[in-house]
Design a protein. Structure first.
Length: 128
């Protein structure tokens, strides 16, 4: 698949609804279930828009960068946040509040906030 410069509004809305349903389902398992399955929800976010153009994404530490780094760290760094690729992720400005070297642990509120910020940024940078 080619890199995507834009996503149709209908696709973005469908992805957002899917993510919300996913979080609603795992939240029914309680805080322990959310803690275990939150990484899968982050991977879902990343995969839904995995072909987005990195040039359009920027490297300023925005929610798209944050989700990319979280997903890469979940898969390739045993769930410990690794900040790579020249991305300027600052914990105090990020949604997760995590710093490099910290384990990726997200509660329901933080996971929902990450999704909200992510979809807002997708619409800003990649919306049609």
């Amino acid at each position: 698949m080619l890199s995507m410069k834009a996503y149709p509004d209908r696709y973005v809305a469908a992805c957002e609804a899917r993510f919300e349903r996913h979080v609603d389902t795992i939240s029914e398992l309680g805080p322990e279930g959310v803690a275990v399955l939150a990484p899968d929800a982050v991977l879902l976010l990343e995969h839904l828009f995995v072909h987005r153009m990195r040039g359009n994404e920027g490297k300023d530490g925005n929610p798209l960068n944050e989700v990319r780094l979280l997903a890469e760290s979940i898969l390739g760094n045993d769930g410990v946040l690794e900040v790579t690729g020249g991305i300027k992720l600052r914990p105090e400005a990020s949604v997760s509040g995590l710093a490099a070297g910290e384990p990726i642990v997200l509660d329901e509120a933080r996971l929902r906030a990450l999704g909200t910020a992510y979809f807002a940024e997708i619409r800003t940078r990649f919306g049609e």
